[in-house]
Design a protein around this ligand. Structure first.
Ligand SMILES: *Cc1c(COP(=O)(O)O)cnc(C)c1O
Length: 393
């Protein structure tokens, strides 16, 4: 009578997809294999060594000498929260640049922390003009300026060095969201003057979601030491986390051991290919995709010099059914892409070419599938031109 109805549950058998959305992206097979290695204790000397290796590998990817560079347990948003909660105190003036969903998330966290929030807002799909940011800072004492390097909700890249210089003029820290940029395009924390940065594992690192690499500059660490109030989050309090990731190796929370195996392997995969080669591959596949899209007669949302190579925003042509196209891509071709968010809902498709998913065969398959689906929908597109245009890149 108490018998477990085993037959009600099928075997776990998720479909094999090509993940070309805004994340998660395709996982590198070496990463999945690494994650299947035996779990060991989080204080095992063999594991401590793996942790140290991950810190060194992350410093290479972030191009930083910051001692405090390690992965926080949690997804990219936990990295965002970890950066902000450790340096922002109630009443601090915080300037957040918002041109998409993730800038808005930063602003939300700043407000929750009781900061005096000043927002710089431009429409989705655009980048910031430096004058606007300078005006928002207004020469006033400011704790932090936050900006998203690669806005995954729109496909816009925001240059960071000039904003860092503006922030430093009033002694503010520059916080950069590098969730989608890390591993897909150059990220040079030290050369650019970025004080706090966070990322995530499931975008260009080709690893499952679950960890958030972060990096704190000596100035950011000083801001933490100078706090008058206690960090309001127990889980994300850096002073305690660092007693595990360095120093005494004291228990704080149980590290997600196998996720960390995966991240270590993912970082090795990137660094073995070489940073320059990885960035060049992302650029080339992006250019091929854009050439194919434009040859089909479709349009990109973002102007060329601001485009992210790893996240391509395509304007949905009039009369085309957004949902039906994405459903057909998934059901008939096993390809996942993303829809628009916020102001861009129903207006754009977001096509990720991130990490292991940034491959020539993915570009070709996607273009062919999209052309076939749009033709079926009787959309007015140029047929038979996209693949040749992509191949010419
Ligand atoms: C995905 C993403 C995040 C949030 O990461 P989660 O892993 O979903 O928590 C934050 N910022 C940007 C730019 C992102 O693309």
């Amino acid at each position: 009578m108490n018998q477990f109805p085993r037959n009600d549950f099928s075997q776990l058998n998720p479909p094999v997809r090509t993940l070309m959305g805004p994340g998660p992206s395709d996982i590198h097979p070496r990463v999945l294999q690494a994650m299947a290695a035996p779990t060991i204790g989080h204080l095992d000397p063999a594991f401590i060594r793996i942790m140290d290796e991950i810190k060194t590998l992350l410093q290479s990817l972030f191009q930083t000498k910051n001692d405090i560079t390690f992965p926080v347990s949690g997804t990219g948003s936990a990295g965002m929260e970890a950066c902000m909660v450790n340096v922002v105190e109630p009443g601090d003036r915080v300037v957040i640049c918002r041109n998409g969903v993730f800038g808005a998330r930063m602003a939300d966290i700043a407000q929750r922390l009781g900061a005096e929030l000043v927002e710089v807002v431009v429409p989705f799909g655009e980048a910031f003009d430096l004058g606007m940011i300078e005006e928002a800072i207004g020469g006033k004492p400011t704790k932090l300026v936050g900006v998203v390097h690669a806005e995954t909700s729109t496909g816009v890249c925001q240059a960071l060095p000039e904003i860092a210089a503006l922030a430093h003029r009033v002694d503010a820290l520059l916080l950069a969201d590098c969730v989608t940029s890390l591993g897909g395009m150059p990220v040079n924390l030290d050369a650019w003057g970025v004080d706090l940065a966070y990322s995530g594992t499931q975008k260009c690192l080709s690893c499952p979601p679950g960890l958030a690499p972060v990096s704190f500059s000596p100035r950011a660490v000083q801001a933490l030491k100078d706090r008058k109030t206690k960090v309001v989050s127990w889980y994300l309090d850096l002073t305690m986390l660092l007693n595990y990731w360095g120093g005494e190796r004291a228990y704080h929370h149980t590290a997600p051991i196998n996720m960390l195996y995966g991240l270590r392997e993912a970082l090795l995969v990137v660094l073995e290919e070489g940073l320059e080669a990885v960035y060049a591959r992302h650029r080339r596949n992006h250019e091929a995709l854009v050439a194919g899209i434009e040859a089909m007669g479709l349009r990109m949302l973002v102007e060329p010099q601001l485009r992210l190579p790893q996240l391509n925003t395509i304007v949905i042509p009039d009369g085309v059914d957004d949902g039906a196209v994405r459903r057909a891509l998934l059901q008939d071709y096993n390809i996942e892409i993303g829809g628009g968010l916020g102001a861009l809902k129903g207006k754009v498709w977001r096509v990720g070419l991130m990490g292991h998913a940034s491959r020539r065969e993915n570009v070709v398959t996607f273009l062919a599938a999209l052309e076939s689906i749009l033709s079926g929908q009787k959309a007015s597109i140029q047929r038979g031109k996209a693949l040749e245009a992509a191949a010419a890149v």
